[in-house]
Design a protein around this ligand. Structure first.
Ligand code: AMP
Length: 458
């Protein structure tokens, strides 16, 4: 399958080529033809599936004919980072056209945005709050909007944007095409979608397509030993770019500063930072100035960094959905990755929820040579039901390259696998051929196909 089959304008195909997209992703295959027909779409897909281009290419195609100047496509996104990323996709894919895109979000001055709007932009990518400001100031005219996209609708709802969205919707032309994307469909979101979509086509991509390349492991630990265990892991495990999640902004800041004091190349990303600080952190992480980014869920939303080798949940996320989102940040673009979660005894019910969602039991591990004191990781509750219902996930692939064959710096074994249900004689992983598992002796040559083995520097 290739992009030529969509009958896109040649200038847009040139943008696709320049972006280096060889063939459409599954969501693009499903969504592009129906969006080009003008149908409303309900897209169940998350970041990392290629959904931005799935709606952007047909939008650009539509805008190549008709008037230049007025805002004809409005895309609403929950965070500045996501808005900026969507805007950059529009610029990159549309660079051979005359179509202009503008990103509008808070945390930066309104004046330059108003000036750019006066000069004209056919695509506006906006966060709800700042968009309403411009609507109230009458610095934006949305009367000619032909296409509306609501991206990451569930996250907008979580962040309390629903009333703002409704206010915005009230002022848009009723005659329009609406594309609605959400990774999950709680009742509130379903209600919103039902209210604004007309006879939509549903396109659904299995949750976290990257899961095939992600291995998952739990490290039970008492709360008081979490920081120590994390440090021991960072020393023992061969890691490249690491994304660490904490529950609160405060914990993200403290953990980052702790790691910084110990000589790690680390930065934090949390909601209290000014926009330019956030951008510096993201750019620095992407460029490789930092090996570790410590973030909260909301702050990390929409960051697109391709070669994250490890996602470490320093704190267990609140829900299985959030876990899936976080772990989907690694194992992108066919690279393999590991999701490591430090679990405390009170996380048990969430562990169970995640295992149900994944349809497999997550491997519990003990970190070798770590002093757990009186705590016995092996005695932590094993929550997996006896006959699991499979979720959308491939249990075999979930456990691929579970890391105990990892090429760590010292070549020593860094984890003891004591989960007999999944153990195989040589490596404790399951199902995969030995070539993708490493071999438990530090030879992980096939384990992670990243261009270079970058290890944490101290
Ligand atoms: P998204 O889900 O829109 O956040 O996209 C995730 C990543 O996939 C982005 O870095 C895109 O540039 C990239 N991408 C999107 N479509 C394709 C494609 N057809 N081929 C290769 N990469 C793609």
């Amino acid at each position: 399958m290739n992009f030529e089959q969509f009958s896109l304008d040649p200038r847009i195909l040139a943008g696709v080529k320049a972006a280096g997209y060889a063939s459409p992703t599954p969501i693009q295959q499903q969504a592009i033809p129906v969006v080009m027909q003008g149908r409303d779409v309900l897209g169940l897909a998350q970041t990392g599936t290629g959904k931005t281009a799935a709606f952007m290419l047909p939008i650009l195609n539509r805008l190549t004919s008709g008037k230049l100047g007025p805002v004809r496509a409005l895309i609403i996104a929950p965070t500045r980072e996501l808005a900026e990323q969507i805007h950059q996709t529009a610029v990159s894919l549309g660079k051979k056209t005359k179509i202009r895109s503008l990103a509008i979000y808070g945390g930066v001055a309104k004046g330059p945005q108003a000036a750019a709007l006066r000069r004209g932009a056919e695509i506006v990518v906006a966060c709800p709050g700042r968009l309403l400001d411009h609507m109230n100031d009458r610095t934006i005219d949305l009367s000619q909007v032909e296409v509306l996209v609501l991206d990451e609708a569930d996250r907008m709802c979580d962040m309390g944007f629903l009333p703002d969205i409704r206010r915005i919707l009230n002022q848009l032309p009723k005659q329009r095409q609406t594309l609605f994307f959400s990774a999950t469909m709680p009742d509130e979101i379903r209600g919103l979608a039902d209210g604004i979509l007309q006879n939509p086509v549903t396109v659904q991509i299995d949750l976290i397509a990257p899961a095939k390349t992600v291995s998952h492991a739990l490290y039970p630990v008492p709360e008081g030993l979490k920081a120590k265990l994390l440090l021991a892991q960072l020393q023992q495990v061969a890691t490249g770019r690491v994304l660490i999640f904490t529950r609160t902004k405060h914990r993200a800041r403290n953990l980052a500063s702790d790691l910084d004091n110990r000589g790690y190349r680390v930065t934090a990303l949390q909601g209290n930072m000014a926009q330019n600080q956030r951008q510096r952190a993201i750019d620095g992480f992407r460029r490789g100035d930092y090996d570790i980014l410590v973030a909260t869920d909301i702050a990390a939303r929409g960051i697109d960094v391709a070669d994250i080798s490890h996602v470490i949940n320093f704190d267990m996320p609140d829900t299985a959905d959030a876990y899936i989102h976080r772990s989907g940040r690694t194992g992108r673009a066919e690279l393999t990755g590991e999701a490591i979660t430090l679990t405390v005894p009170s996380d048990e019910s969430t562990v169970r929820e995640i295992e149900r969602a994944l349809g497999t039991r997550l491997e519990r591990r003990r970190l070798a040579d770590f002093d757990y004191g009186a705590f016995v990781p092996e005695k932590q509750p094993v929550a997996y039901p006896s006959s699991p219902t499979r979720g959308n996930y491939n249990a075999r692939s979930l456990n691929r390259s579970t890391g105990n064959g990892a090429a760590n710096r010292g070549g020593q074994r860094q984890a003891t696998n004591y989960n007999s249900r999944q153990a195989t004689p040589n490596n404790g992983g399951v199902g995969e051929s030995s070539s993708s598992n490493g071999n438990g002796s530090g030879n992980g040559a096939n384990r992670r196909r990243r261009p270079s083995g970058r290890y944490l520097q101290r």
